[in-house]
Design a protein around this ligand. Structure first.
Ligand code: SF4
Length: 486
């Protein structure tokens, strides 16, 4: 006999809906996927709960990118051992990058886990949970488990059939996977090749988010500016996009989203220099809802290191792509990640990175010390930069980044900038957090009623990380012109 599927609002004998708790690790894309999974379960009659100990199903949405991320998941999962002894019916699932990388190995390390579901299979989770319950009912003495991995070639449909609950700032995944093969990166292995969603599904989902209160939408993709590369080229007579051979390109998507009323700001995470085109520069220039800030990771300023990383560009190519963007939008700001201590990085390579940072004048710099990640190509390279040198380079680059950022942010003092007011400041009462159209963080005094509005702010001060200013409308009146001398 099989158990009823969780499609009604009742659960067992209690009459209550079953409850799901999702623990999310890692990037914004994982947060998007967690919201999406919660929605799928709610549509099957489940409730989501903040309290892990009242959940019938606990899902861990995991990350494999940073060192220790997987260890943290194992220790969290281990915490459920006692709960599972008390309540054997509790179900525990691991989804996301770590599930895709380790597969069934997870059961060996964490016997409490019942389900392992990879990065592109999570849309099947409610059905898989039903299947697991059926197996448990049929074989109560065994420990049935379900693993679902691999890359379904089915792009996500629009999520418009339940209320959007993500708040004012929405994240919208427009593509999954990556066609590049940077040697330090696990993403192509755990997320597969690029799979772009169709433009109509994205626009529908954006509209749904806006109708439910979102004002800022960040488009997510591992290489978001490669969106459309895998979509079909138009047939003869069909409308042409701005991409390769008339394919749709990110520029087309930005023009469409710009038209949505109720949308205040559009942001992008993360871009790759290889896919920067003049069409993208033009779209950023024409679409005033797009932030003039792009995360465009350089990773290193040494061509030798870039080659060993297989990044697919030299510093000269990066420079030319950044110049395309600056020609179209002179006020555009770029942010970057850096990896220091990559295998074989010499003092001269590191000096080249310092020069490139200073030359490109990045306003946002994230610095990471290289550590080999399992299942990447770079794992086979000798990790030959001593830890002390990695630390020293990390600190030197951070120091340089701070001085460059401070100089860049100081250039804004005295300017009046349009800013979108994001939220009350979490540490200082009476202050608001805002973001300038160039992506820079701005704090200002003001009433919370300004949250969600665009204001003009006169910039008066700054640190290396943010600007501070006063509402232009509330600036003290300038002193009267001195009377002309007679
Ligand atoms: S571009 Fe490189 S670093 Fe970025 S997701 Fe693809 S393989 Fe990873």
């Amino acid at each position: 006999m099989s158990l009823p599927r969780f499609q009604s609002k009742t659960h067992g004998d209690t009459g209550a809906a079953p409850k799901l708790h999702v623990v999310t690790f890692g990037c914004q894309m994982n947060k998007y996927d967690s919201l999406s999974v919660e929605g799928k379960f709610r549509r099957q009659g489940w409730q989501t709960t903040e309290a892990i100990d009242e959940a019938d199903l606990v899902l861990f949405n995991t990350c494999s990118v940073r060192e220790h991320a997987e260890e943290r998941v194992f220790s969290w999962v281990g915490e459920l051992r006692k709960a599972k002894e008390r309540r054997p019916e509790l179900m525990v699932g691991v989804m996301g990058c770590m599930a895709e990388r380790l597969g069934d190995e997870i059961y060996g390390r964490s016997p409490v886990v019942d389900l392992v579901v990879g990065t592109r299979s999570f849309q099947h989770l409610p059905a898989l949970v039903d299947e697991l319950r059926e197996k448990r009912a049929a074989h109560p003495a065994r420990t049935p488990r379900i693993t679902r991995l691999g890359f379904d070639e089915e792009p996500d449909a629009a999520r418009a059939d339940e209320p959007y609950v993500g708040g004012r700032h929405a994240y919208l995944t427009v593509m999954r996977g990556c066609d590049l093969n940077c040697t330090f990166c696990i993403v192509p292995k755990v997320r597969g090749r690029v799979l772009s969603r169709g433009i109509e599904a994205i626009v529908d989902e954006a509209r749904w988010m806006i109708d439910s209160g979102a004002q800022v939408i960040t488009l997510l993709g591992q290489t978001v500016n490669s969106w459309g590369e895998d979509l079909a080229a138009p047939a003869e007579g069909e409308p042409r996009g701005r991409g390769r051979q008339g394919r749709p390109a990110l520029a087309d998507l930005l023009y469409r989203l710009q038209e949505l009323s109720g949308l205040s700001r559009l942001r992008l995470i993360t871009l790759h220099p290889s896919y920067v085109t003049p069409a993208l520069g033009q779209a950023l220039r024409d679409c005033d809802k797009c932030d003039r800030f792009l995360p465009l990771p350089a990773q290193s300023g040494s061509d030798d290191v870039l080659r060993r990383m297989k990044r697919g560009y030299t510093t000269d190519l990066y420079r030319r792509r950044a110049d395309i963007l600056r020609e179209h939008c002179p006020d555009i700001e770029l942010g970057t990640d850096w990896i220091v201590g990559f295998p074989g990085e010499t003092d001269a390579d590191f000096a080249a990175t310092e020069s490139f940072l200073a030359e490109q004048r990045f306003v946002v710099n994230y610095v990471f010390q290289y550590s080999p990640r399992p299942s990447t190509a770079a794992e086979a390279l000798p990790d030959d930069v001593p830890a002390a040198i990695k630390r020293e380079r990390n600190n030197r680059l951070l120091e340089l980044a701070e001085s460059v950022q401070l100089a860049r942010l100081r250039e804004n003092i005295g300017r009046t900038l349009p800013v979108f007011v994001e939220e009350p400041h979490d540490k200082h009462e009476g202050l608001l957090r805002a973001r300038a159209h160039t992506g820079l963080s701005v704090s200002l005094k003001g009433a919370t009623t300004l949250v969600g509005t665009t204001q003009s702010v006169k910039i008066e001060d700054c640190t290396a990380y943010s600007l501070a200013g006063t509402l232009a409308s509330e600036l003290p009146a300038p002193p009267p012109e001195p009377a002309p001398a007679h």
